[in-house]
Design a protein around this ligand. Structure first.
Ligand code: XMP
Length: 515
């Protein structure tokens, strides 16, 4: 395994993912991790991440300098390289000119770390400080126009530093560099595969759970579905899957879920029809956060009642993923004041959102995995592609796509419009070109004409977006023909809608959902 010590970079997680893509297990740990902990983990190498600080800031985070005596390879990235240089006796200074964005890498020593990295290729830079004097034992590997020390090495002790970010997609041969570090310098073997993960996870689940009973709240999303398949394989009917129908799912979705689980794969699901209860909670509510709060509360109540009726259970299975447990430094720290600057945009409700004080022990077999790894695990335990590759769908469902009050009538309108959108996208064969595709119902009405009749009905917003991870997104340049057929069908088939508009806002400044 490799360890990434996180100094607050927005890319630390990405470094871990890139390493795992080489089939080597990696973990992100705080830069404060003690030397004893590191020794216990016994990694084959350490990467020091970037970070928002200058090594000369008063509050600049630093790792224990004892890591230089562990006798294992270390690579510093950006801030990590500057810290390495400072701790080993070199010098870092504010550069005359910082370097941000793409830079052309000029290679001085094409061996070891830079094997198969093209001279003149692009690497992604983002720094104000620069290394001005190398510590004893270090040599220059590469430079750029504005950065004299872009890559450095102490070959003897296997310490490496890169000022650029090999982990981001804009860096041409970044992956080649990472592979050199992982395979040739740290001597790791590509043993981290989802098949071995599944075998190990099943062994661990059985050892932990024994003959006790496990409850799982199934949503139909990829995480809880993968979890259900994995647990069912491990402990069979000691697992109970509970599906709470809040009434905010898309057309035919609850039925399809039961069909797949119950009938196709013989994983029994306890269906709880809570549609009326949730709808009652929506009466008179228009504020998006209040909607989420009420849905979250009601979910917990229904869950508690359901588990009491079906129980008792010893364990609760949760689809916690690695990004939720990363022990990272705060990434939103103001480098001058040291204060957190995070701002809450939306309080996400999802089906895993249960309180911590429930009377269950937890089983969380996915907590080491990134989302794309969960999909691969899902595939390897036989989860059908329609769930593995399903677009994300928010926990509060259609309730946050109805702007204003959620009523039965408006839910039906949106559900029908949404069905047309998905149906047309499926028929077009372009489903996987999008991150999400959906309709939003507005609380205003506009005039139209159908036949010779005046209409006065709701507009629907069409939202088709592309994205890598949902953090940023762009509106999709979908073919006009597709937009036209969606619009025509909605206006013709969905009673109560007489207009379709297309949302052409990226995120930021918009968000993907309207609420
Ligand atoms: P936004 O609207 O914040 O959405 O740009 C980013 C991603 O998160 C999903 N989303 C949610 N998921 N509970 C969820 O489980 C929520 O309350 C929630 N709100 C937004 C959204 O669909 C998109 O994929």
């Amino acid at each position: 395994m490799l360890v990434i010590l996180d100094f607050g970079s927005q890319y630390s997680e990405l470094i871990a993912r890139r390493i795992r893509e080489t089939q080597v297990y990696s973990e992100v740990l705080s830069y404060r991790t003690s030397i004893e902990q590191l020794k216990q983990l016994n990694p084959k190498g350490i990467i020091l991440s970037g970070g928002p600080n200058s090594v000369y800031d008063q509050k600049a985070p630093a790792c224990d300098p004892e890591i230089w005596n562990l006798g294992i390879p270390v690579m510093g990235v950006c801030y990590g390289m500057q810290l390495m240089v400072q701790q080993l006796g070199g010098e870092v200074d504010r550069a005359e000119r910082g370097e941000y964005g793409k830079a052309s890498l000029r290679i001085d020593d094409p061996t070891d770390l830079l094997t198969n990295v093209e001279d003149g290729g692009t690497m992604w830079m983002s720094h104000a400080d620069s290394v001005t004097r190398l510590p004893d034992g270090f040599e220059l590997l590469a430079h750029t126009e504005n950065t004299p020390c872009a890559a450095i090495a102490d070959h003897e002790r296997k310490f490496y530093g890169v000022q650029f970010h090999p982990e981001v997609v804009h860096s041409d041969d970044g992956i080649a560099l990472i592979r050199n570090f992982v395979y040739h310098i740290c001597d790791c073997e590509p043993t981290w595969t989802m098949e071995t993960f599944v075998e190990e996870a099943i062994r661990e689940i059985r050892a932990k759970v024994g003959s006790q009973r496990v409850l799982l709240a199934l949503s139909g999303g990829v995480d809880s579905s993968t979890l259900a398949f994995l647990l069912h394989r491990a402990i069979g009917d000691q697992l109970t899957c509970m599906f709470i129908d809040q009434g905010f799912m898309r057309k035919y979705e609850p039925e399809r879920l039961l069909e797949i689980f119950d009938h196709q794969f013989h994983i029994p699901v306890e269906y709880i029809d809570a549609r009326d209860r949730f709808l009652e909670k929506m009466v008179g509510v228009t504020d998006p956060e209040e909607k989420r709060r009420r849905i979250g509360h009601e979910f917990i109540r229904v869950f508690e009642e359901g588990s009491a009726n079906l129980g008792p259970f010893d364990y609760l299975a949760q689809g916690t993923l690695y990004p939720d447990v990363i022990e990272s430094a705060d990434t939103n720290v103001d480098p001058q004041t040291g204060e957190r600057v995070a701002v809450k945009i939306k309080s996400h409700h999802n089906v895993g959102g249960l309180p911590k004080d429930l009377q269950f022990k937890l089983v969380e077999p996915l907590r080491k995995l990134f989302k794309d790894e969960v999909r691969n695990v899902g595939r390897s335990v036989g989860l059908p592609d329609e769930i593995v590759r399903r677009h994300p769908f928010p926990g509060p469902g259609l309730a946050i796509r109805i702007i204003g009050e959620v009523t039965k009538e408006r839910l039906n309108i949106l559900r029908d419009a949404d069905f047309v959108v998905r149906d047309e996208i499926n028929k077009s064969g372009l489903y996987h070109d999008f991150w999400q595709v959906f309709a939003v119902l507005l609380p205003v009405r506009s005039v139209g004409v159908m036949g010779d009749q005046r209409t006065y009905a709701y507009p629907v917003v069409l939202r088709l977006v592309s994205s890598e991870d949902g953090m940023t997104a762009d509106w999709s340049r979908a073919p006009y023909d597709l937009l036209e057929s969606i619009s025509n069908r909605i206006v013709n088939e969905v009673e109560g809608v007489n207009r379709v508009v297309y949302d052409i806002t990226s995120k930021p400044p918009g968000t993907i959902e309207w609420e």
